[in-house]
Design a binder for this molecule. Structure first.
Ligand code: BJW
Length: 249
C-alpha cells in the first residue's frame, strides 16, 4: 500500500507473526470511521454536546427516565444504520489468522459482532439489549404502550439499555475474563480508546507490567501512550488493515 498513513515497524511484524494469543482492546475510535460518534473528542464527541451526568448514570435515569430512554433510542437507530469499517474487518481477519485472539471492547454498538468477530468480551454491555432497572431482567419484547420507557413484563420496573453507566460495576465475568486475557497474552493492542475510563484503561497497563509487547493505535496521544512499546499514530480503519496485511499476507 503505497500511501499508507503509517508504516509498521519490522520488530512488531515479527512479534505479531510469532504471537499465540493476541488481545485487542477497542474503544469508540474504532467505530468513528463507521460514522458512530466517539465520546470525548472536542466538537464531535457525544460528551461535547451532552452531559454524561444527565444521561449515563443510574441517578440520571431515576431523575428523568424518559430523556435517557429517548437518547438511547436515537443512538440505537444511529448504530443500526452504521456499517462495520475496514478496522472492524481487519480484526476479523486477525482472529481467523492467529491461534487465539481475545477482543475486549468498550463499545456498545455491536459492530464487531456484525463484522464477524467471534471471541468478544463486551465490557460496557450492549445498546442493542434491554434490561429492567430494578432486577436486571433481560427483556426482548414488551407490550405496546404509550409509556416511555416501557416496563418489564416480569417485574414491572422501568426498562433501560443494558449498558454500564458511570458508577455501575462491570459484569464480573466479563471483567475477570478481560483481566485474565490481558495477563496471559503475548501481544496487546489498545485501539481507538482515550484510555481514561476505568477499569478498562488499566488493561493495557496489566500487559505492559508483565513486559508483554503493547501497541497503541490512535491518531491522538493518550495517557497510556508513554507506556506502550509501539505507538501507531493514525486511524484504525487504515492502520489495522496495514498491520494485518504486512504481518500475515
Ligand atoms: C480514533 C479514531 C480513529 C478517534 N481510529 N482512534 C479510578 C479513578 C477515577 C475514577 C474511577 C476509577 N475507577 C472507576 C472510576 C469511575 C469511572 C471512571 O473511570 N471515570 C473516569 C471518567 C475517570 N468508572 C466507572 O464508573 C466504571 N464503573 C466502575 O468502575 O465501577 C466501580 C466504581 C465506581 C465508582 C468509583 C470507583 C469504582 C463504569 C464505566 C462505564 C463507562 N460507560 C460509558 C458509557 C457506556 C454506555 C453508552 O455508550 O452510553 O462507556 S462512558 C464512555 O466511555 C463509554 C465508553 O465505552 C467509555 C470509554 O470511551 P472510549 O471508548 O475510550 O471513547 P473516547 O471518546 O473517550 O475516546 C475515543 C478515542 O478514539 C480518542 O482517543 C480518539 O483520539 C480516538 N479516535 N477516531 C482510531 N478513526
Amino acid at each position: 500500500m503505497a500511501n499508507s498513513v503509517v508504516s509498521i515497524p519490522p520488530d512488531l511484524i515479527e512479534i505479531a507473526r510469532n504471537a499465540k494469543h493476541i488481545v485487542v482492546l477497542t474503544g469508540a475510535g474504532v467505530s468513528a470511521e463507521s460514522g458512530v460518534p466517539t465520546f470525548r473528542e472536542a466538537q464531535t464527541g457525544l460528551w461535547a454536546q451532552y452531559d454524561p451526568q444527565e444521561l449515563a448514570t443510574p441517578q440520571a435515569f431515576q431523575r428523568n427516565p424518559r430523556l435517557v430512554w429517548e437518547w438511547y433510542e436515537w443512538r440505537r437507530e444511529l448504530v443500526a444504520k452504521a456499517q462495520p469499517n475496514p478496522g472492524h474487518l481487519a480484526l476479523v481477519k486477525m482472529e481467523e489468522t492467529v491461534p487465539q485472539l481475545t477482543l475486549i471492547t468498550q463499545n456498545v454498538d455491536g459492530l464487531h459482532q456484525r463484522a464477524g468477530s467471534r471471541n468478544i468480551i463486551e465490557l460496557h454491555g450492549s445498546i442493542i439489549r434491554t434490561k429492567c432497572f430494578d432486577q436486571g431482567h433481560i427483556v426482548t419484547s414488551w407490550a405496546a404502550t404509550d409509556e416511555v420507557p416501557p416496563r418489564c413484563p416480569q417485574c414491572d420496573s422501568l426498562l433501560r439499555p443494558d449498558v454500564v453507566w458511570f458508577g455501575e460495576g462491570l459484569a464480573y465475568d466479563a471483567l475477570s475474563a478481560a483481566i485474565s486475557a490481558a495477563q496471559n497474552c503475548d501481544l496487546f493492542l489498545a485501539v481507538g480508546t482515550s484510555a481514561i475510563v476505568q477499569p478498562a484503561a488499566s488493561l493495557p497497563l496489566e500487559a505492559a507490567q508483565r513486559r508483554t509487547p503493547t501497541v497503541e493505535i490512535n491518531p491522538q496521544a493518550t495517557p497510556i501512550s508513554r507506556y506502550m512499546d509501539f505507538v501507531l499514530s493514525g486511524p484504525s480503519g487504515q492502520v489495522l488493515p496495514e498491520l494485518t496485511r504486512t504481518a500475515w499476507e
